[in-house]
Design a protein around this ligand. Sequence first.
Ligand code: SF4
Length: 381
Amino acid sequence: MTTSEPTNLLGLSRAELKTLFTELGEKPFRAEQVMKWIHQRGVIDFDSMTDISKKLREQLKSATRISLPKVIAEYPSEDGSCKWIIEVASGSRVEMVFIPEAGRGTLCVSSQAGCSLDCSFCATGKQGFDSNLSAAEIVGQLWIANEKLGAFSPEQKRGISNVVMMGMGEPLLNFDNVMAAISVMMDDCAYGLSKRKVTISTSGVVPAIRRLKEHTDASIAVSLHAPNDQLRSEIMPINNRYPIAELLAAVREYMDSLPDRRVPVIEYTLIKGVNDHRQHARELAELLRDFPCKINLIPFNPFSLSDFQRPSSTSVSNFRHILQEAGFTVTVRTTRADDIGAACGQLVGDIADRTRRSERHLANAGKSGRNTANLAVSADS
Ligand code: SF4
């Protein structure tokens, strides 16, 4: 924990805080006090932590800090959703999105600035990779959203009840920081979110999925998006490294390690003429026949750097019907926050950042001769 900069307490787990207080010659229970001040009361000024001695507060001020990412812009949507752009220490800008629903408030959290995995239907993937977010920058998104929503105020307005690691980046390629952040999110002295209310969404980093059970019991969602290896490799290059059978085996192993009966969510973005044919639905049903899961269908959200198109509502309902007939629980994600560019797959950071990184991405794509135009292989159902 020793760095050239004072340690940022925002991203420290309870165990790490206890170590820090022990090193300062204090009792470990100070960790719980400080966690409650920061994450439950929203206090980031040491002088306001009134149950901590003045001497210790001075020590904390000189040896540590509580720093949040800077909020650059806020975009409220007509549907009640809200997108915030924040600036992280690397200078990159990333996005986080609040989605209110009946009885819950979900925050879609980013784990990286940009992403190296280059899924062809994803705006973040078009940017290339900039940097990993620190644990404090990941937890900071939850703190900021709660503060903006008034959850720290004495009236305790509605705050965040669910977190999905589905913002910018592949969470399992920033494994240590994501695990540390999740442990704070789930700590009863911090946000106290249950394992069912924190979801890690992965494109399929198999070795990291195999390590998950040693670190967390959070829920998991798998970005599948195709029913066979050939098509998946075309739209998700990571499939060349970790094909579907290996991915599903790793997810099954993780689910089997959990004491309760939870199932993963299979995310399937429906792209017109690419993966939305009835035959794809039948193939998907066959693939997942013995794999307990829920399936979430996401009609593609178009963005400027992609030629892909949203499927017709008939295609979506046909696809859903085939899966339901095969016995699956299927949801169709309603497009939220489309007016502010915060729908699924649209998160790109700020405009300047987007332009700079998109240019770099397109230059690289040109070098590799990659062409996604040939993906439009099937007719609308
Ligand atoms: S879908 Fe996820 S893993 Fe794929 S490029 Fe986008 S952010 Fe990265």
